[in-house]
Design a protein around this ligand. Structure first.
Ligand code: FNR
Length: 186
């Protein structure tokens, strides 16, 4: 079985650990899995959500991303933790891509939530907020394994390559469980 996954990082920072994390997922994907990463510049151009803009001129970036989400067999979302929750940039993207009301590409979509932070709890609290939002979308959020990449400062080299062997094992296990989860929903 082949699996086509779309990966989103909730950070715009060039040296983002979350973006480095989804790059590692792409790099270590098994042969039957392709991981396509949403470019950070395609996230940066989302305007702040505004209902008047939605009515008058729905952003083409949101239409394009919704189409990619619909086509994917599953989503990988890596969220930073800002003040114990999801960054505004990611929430804004989620808000736009669930509009107009009723046109929701996340419904029934398998999602693997993960995150990386410099702190020790590895975005645990942000991930719980994100999972709560995704459940409201009727997405199929994988419960186990969880994926908390804490103290990311010690797990990547200066060019953003994952060097931590344990994290590589967690990624391999994550792929096994997530693809099995997708199979149960096919
Ligand atoms: C943070 N950071 C942070 N870390 C954490 O573990 N829990 C938190 O609540 C917060 N809060 C927070 C708020 C704001 C406004 C910023 C800018 C940062 C630190 C954060 O984990 C760190 O900056 C990461 O490197 C952000 O992710 P990226 O950009 O590396 O992917």
């Amino acid at each position: 079985m082949a699996y086509s996954l779309l990966a989103i990082s909730g950070s715009l920072r060039k040296d983002s650990y979350n973006t480095a994390l989804i790059r590692a997922w792409k790099k270590f994907a098994p042969e039957d899995v392709t991981v396509e990463i949403v470019d950070q510049e395609d996230i940066r151009v989302f305007p702040p959500y505004d209902g008047d803009v939605e009515t008058a001129n729905y952003p083409s970036v949101a239409t394009a991303l919704k189409e990619r989400i619909r086509k994917a067999d599953g989503l990988l979302i890596a969220t930073p933790e800002y003040n114990r929750s999801v960054p505004g940039v990611l929430k804004n993207l989620l808000d736009w891509t669930t509009r107009p009301y009723g046109d929701n590409p996340y419904s029934g979509k398998p999602v693997f939530v993960m995150g990386a932070s410099s702190g020790p709890i590895g975005t645990a609290l942000a991930q719980y907020d994100l999972k709560k939002i995704l459940l409201y979308f009727n997405a199929r959020v994988l419960g186990q394994p969880e994926f908390y990449c804490g103290v990311a400062t010690e797990k990547f080299d200066e060019t953003g390559n994952l060097t931590d062997e344990k994290t590589k094992e967690y990624i391999a296990h994550g792929f096994t469980e997530f693809t099995a989860f997708i199979d149960t929903l096919r």
